[in-house]
Design a protein around this ligand. Structure first.
Ligand SMILES: [Zn+2]
Length: 64
């Protein structure tokens, strides 16, 4: 689940270190002169557990 910017509700890509305050890039740049306070949100993507009905033929692999 993507986090939402706490200001505008857009998809957040940055988080203040040690907090749950997340921002999109625009809001981060507006609110912080130095966005080095922020770190990129790392979205864990457990590819093995994602079930995608529209997976392309090239990527589909038989599962047991
Ligand atoms: Zn925002």
């Amino acid at each position: 689940m993507a986090k939402k910017c706490i200001i505008c509700g857009e998809e957040a890509i940055l988080v203040i270190k040690g907090t749950n305050d997340v921002y999109c890039k625009n809001c981060a740049e507006e609110n912080f002169d130095d966005i080095s306070y922020l770190e990129k949100i790392e979205e864990p993507k457990p590819a093995d557990t994602i079930i995608d009905d529209e997976v392309s033929d090239e990527e589909s692999e038989p599962k047991e």
